[in-house]
Design a protein around this ligand. Sequence first.
Ligand code: FES
Length: 156
Amino acid sequence: MYSKKVMQYFLHPKNVGEIKNASGVGEVGNIICGDVMRLYIKVKDDVIKDIKFKTLGCAAAIATSSIITEIAKNKKIEDALKISKEEIIKSLGGLPPIKVHCSLLAIDALKEAIYDYLKKSKRKIPEDLKKNHERIEKEKKIIKKRYEKINLKIKN
Ligand code: FES
């Protein structure tokens, strides 16, 4: 059962959409369910001035995407990287245990957007952010393969 807050954010998500000329874009897929999320950030003086998302996923994925945009907005990059799944879950008044992985999708999307921003601006990328990026890339390949298989099955 979802909390009232999850339902509020699912039915009335904040910061949905795209940012043109974003400083960084993060795209992630969830290996468990195949849901995808894209998150855009506009950064000025290392502060996230604007942030938007597009999520194709469950109620929890949409609620966690929405709340992470609110938590991360106006945060310095280094502080945004410290946002934890516990913080997101607490802000939403809890998540059913089976939906906890959905909160990780939002965190990964934000990390990927920051990775993209640092890469584009030729800045040093922290080692753990690099490792996170490599894991996400691997997972995206697995998801792509799975969907290709599904597409083949449909065609046959
Ligand atoms: S079930 Fe896929 S992100 Fe929630």
